[in-house]
Design a protein around this ligand. Structure first.
Ligand SMILES: Nc1ncnc2c1ncn2[C@@H]1O[C@H](COP(=O)(O)OP(=O)(O)OP(=O)(O)O)[C@@H](O)[C@H]1O
Ligand SMILES: [Mg+2]
Length: 499
């Protein structure tokens, strides 16, 4: 049993954790819940010796322990899969799994055969088949995730922390992960599971600990709470989780008309238009071509064919920069590519490319105005930070994502393309972001929203293009926008193939 009691943590003058308790019993899956910036990842870093608590105790099987660093925690049986992956991209799975704890044989030489055998055994245990010789950056995100887990298991972890493992996985991959977690639980491993998807908590967890603003709120059994109660404990108030009302359907002028878009020769040809003031959803399974389609449209990916019009005029973009010049902004799905400069402040990141607005004379930037605008933008999406000057790399994962969104909503774009906008975002902030997206379109801008979350797709889209096998199979609107309809089209829709 691992017990954290009265854990406090300060960064400078700010108290991030304010007396948190957490007990992990063998053979349980324990959810750690809280809004973005509540302190979940920080608490886990303390658990594994990466950070030292300012106050509080850690007990392992009744004896007080202090982990001076991650290695000491590992030796005590704690393994962590971090929110930001820690694999070395150019090394293969075996090298990553045994990094810094390579097996040696009697002669003191690297025992490659033993490491390969052990890695293969772990992969079998996780029921994943991957090429152990490939550099891990050539693996899918899910595969990398399993390499991370194998790395923790290679150390015979009795306590395993999974910090938002499902944020980047497809539903099928999540199911696989849950199977593995259940098996580990059966073997007596205690797992801490962090996720912003409450339905996952109800599916897989036994107990829940809730943090709010660094304070310990409660630990309870999953069977003792329901969705609304959980949200209330996390957010501190009742939350209206409904979507903002959709404007009545009306004929709006098209902004972008994609007349022919074929990703690969022999593949399906997509056709769609984006109208002024609408949210156009791109639905489909992961890998169905949604992201590729927008990248091809912007000239960031080569396409077999691409014919489109912007405001009725035929147009071809040479890359996202050119799209930007025409007022089309893209928020990519991967956080690392979202163009945040993490060693810069929030203010610098939000006003990047936005300086025109705050320029008074030729070379003066109106600092006061810039700061006020940044503060307003931060408040809009509820970024939790010490202020506009906080460095982005000191923000929690979800808050970094909010900075990206704030930044784009403050650009004067005609079209914004959001790829999985609310990934890693907590329930409260999601609601705010949905409201902002509606305001944005009400002001005449247009949004293309790629999302794998069906409720979000159904609740937010004015029209939905459903993708399958690399192209759009159908566009639905109004009453026809339902989860069933979208899922049916996404899994069985027919595609016309054009050579
Ligand atoms: N090195 C640091 N310096 C200053 N503040 C920090 C530092 N590291 C974390 N923080 C702050 O601690 C708070 C808690 O962050 P943490 O990453 O633990 O949140 P979280 O609950 O994991 O959120 P998320 O759901 O977004 O991942 C945040 O407000 C963050 O800005
Ligand atoms: Mg976190």
């Amino acid at each position: 049993m691992l017990e954290l009691a009265g854990i406090r943590k300060n960064f400078g003058a700010i108290e991030i954790l304010r007396g948190v308790d957490l007990t992990l019993r063998p053979g349980e899956i324990h959810a750690l819940l809280g809004e973005n910036g509540a302190g979940k990842s920080t608490l886990m870093k303390i658990l594994c010796g990466i950070l030292q608590p300012s106050e509080g105790t850690i007990r392992l099987d009744g004896a007080e322990r202090r982990f001076a660093n991650y290695d000491e925690a590992i030796a005590a049986g704690v393994g962590v899969v971090f929110q930001e992956f820690s694999l070395i991209p150019w090394l293969n799975a075996i090298e990553n799994i045994f990094l810094a704890r390579e097996k040696t044989n009697r002669l003191g030489l690297l025992d490659r055969r033993a490491m390969r055998a052990r890695a293969a055994e772990l992969m079998r245990k996780l029921s994943v088949e991957i090429d152990l010789d490939l550099p891990v950056n050539r693996l899918s995100v899910a595969e990398q995730q399993f390499v991370e887990i194998a790395k923790a298991l290679a150390l015979d972890a009795r306590f395993l922390v999974l910090d938002e493992p499902t944020a980047t996985l497809t539903p099928a991959e999540v199911e696989h992960l849950f199977k593995v977690m259940r098996e580990l639980r059966r073997q007596g491993v205690a797992i801490v599971f962090i996720s912003h998807h409450l339905e996952e908590i109800f599916e897989i967890c036994d107990r829940i600990t809730i943090l709010r603003d660094g304070a310990f709120i409660a630990t309870c059994a999953v069977s003792d709470v329901d969705n609304d109660r959980l949200v209330e404990m996390m957010v501190g108030r009742r939350l209206d989780q409904s979507f903002p009302p959709k404007p009545p359907a009306q004929t709006r002028p098209p902004v972008l008309q994609v007349e022919e878009l074929q990703l690969r020769r022999g593949g399906p040809v997509s056709r769609f238009e984006l109208r002024q003031g609408e949210i156009l959803g791109f639905a489909g399974l992961v890998g169905s071509g949604r992201t590729e389609t927008v990248l091809a449209m912007l000239g960031a990916l080569p396409a077999a064919r691409c014919k489109m019009r912007l405001d009725g005029v035929e147009k071809r973009f040479a890359g996202p920069d050119e799209g930007l010049m025409h007022g089309i902004g893209l928020l990519p799905e991967s956080r690392k590519e979202q163009g945040l400069i993490t060693s810069f402040s929030i203010l610098q990141n939000i006003s990047l490319n936005n300086y025109g607005r705050y320029r008074r004379a030729h070379w003066f930037i109106d600092l006061k105005k810039e700061r006020a605008a940044t503060e307003a933008a931060m408040a809009q999406v509820r970024v939790k930070a010490s202020g506009p000057m906080a460095r982005v790399d000191t923000l929690s994962g979800g808050n970094q994502q909010k900075v990206v969104i704030a930044r784009w909503l403050n650009h004067d774009m005609r079209v914004l393309i959001f790829d999985e906008p609310t990934r890693g975002i907590d329930v409260g902030a999601k609601t705010e972001i949905y409201a902002l997206m509606r305001e944005y379109t009400a002001a005449g801008h247009s949004i293309i929203m790629i999302s794998s979350e069906l409720p979000e797709m159904v609740g937010m889209s004015d029209r939905v293009c459903v993708f399958r096998s690399g192209g759009i199979v159908a566009t639905v609107e109004g009453e026809r926008i339902t989860s069933e309809e979208i899922m049916t089209l996404a899994t069985t829709g027919r595609v016309e193939h054009v050579a």
